[in-house]
Design a protein around this ligand. Structure first.
Ligand SMILES: [Zn+2]
Ligand SMILES: [Zn+2]
Length: 212
């Protein structure tokens, strides 16, 4: 599995395209907001001749779903999220209005991601890990053959996700990290929703939020 990443929108949210030699790909958390950002995403897909087959959201905060409508309209893919993120997704238009941010509403999800489920594209399988705390239905996507996990806004290099937004819960967030992410092992690369990549080992040893 190979990974293309972009930092999109004023929140510098990391958007990921995962693909393999079959040419199929999935798009995770399309934060593309400006027309140029949508073009960058489309160009990356087109120049590799990739075929998007699914849209995934780790969670549905505005910075992770800005491009949902574009991706679904352009590639005719279904949207899969955890059921507990539906209320978050549905609250985004109101949130956008409050901050005066133009927002093209996301399509409704086509199916729910179940904890432990394997999501397939091409020759690749991603394991759905349930990692609530930053958002109530937050999931992470783990690819064990290449030891990579997409951790959304749960775990960052040197930090953890905020828990002061509706549905946030600090205890639950730390539990998700300790009981779901850390056991993946020190060698696992963490591709976060914001900022640079890191490893489980680096965070286990140095992350101040995990060493209290
Ligand atoms: Zn978030
Ligand atoms: Zn975010």
């Amino acid at each position: 599995m190979q990974v293309i990443s972009f930092a999109f929108n004023p929140f510098l949210e990391n958007t990921y395209v995962l693909f393999d030699e079959s040419g199929e790909c999935v798009i995770v958390d399309p934060g593309c907001y400006q027309p140029q950002e949508r073009q960058l995403l489309d160009a990356a897909i087109a120049e590799r001749n990739l075929r998007p087959v699914l849209l995934l959201n780790t969670h549905c905060h505005i910075d992770h779903v800005f491009g949902n409508r574009h991706v679904v309209d352009t590639y005719k893919v279904s949207l899969a999220i955890h059921r507990d993120e539906l209320a978050v997704l549905e609250s985004v238009p109101e949130y956008a209005k409050m901050f005066g941010t133009p927002f093209i509403p996301s399509p409704s999800p086509d199916r729910w991601l179940m904890p432990g489920e394997k999501v397939s594209f091409g020759l690749t399988q991603l394991e759905v890990l349930f990692t609530p705390g930053h958002a109530p239905g937050h999931v992470s996507f783990y690819h064990s053959p290449t030891l990579q996990v997409l951790s959304g806004d749960v775990l960052f290099r040197g930090s953890v996700g905020r828990t002061d937004l509706p549905g946030g819960n600090t205890e639950l967030l730390l539990k998700s990290i300790r009981e779901v992410l850390l056991p993946l092992g020190d060698d696992v690369t963490v591709l976060s929703g914001h900022g640079p990549k890191t490893t489980i080992g680096h965070e286990r040893k140095t992350n101040p939020f995990l060493n209290q």
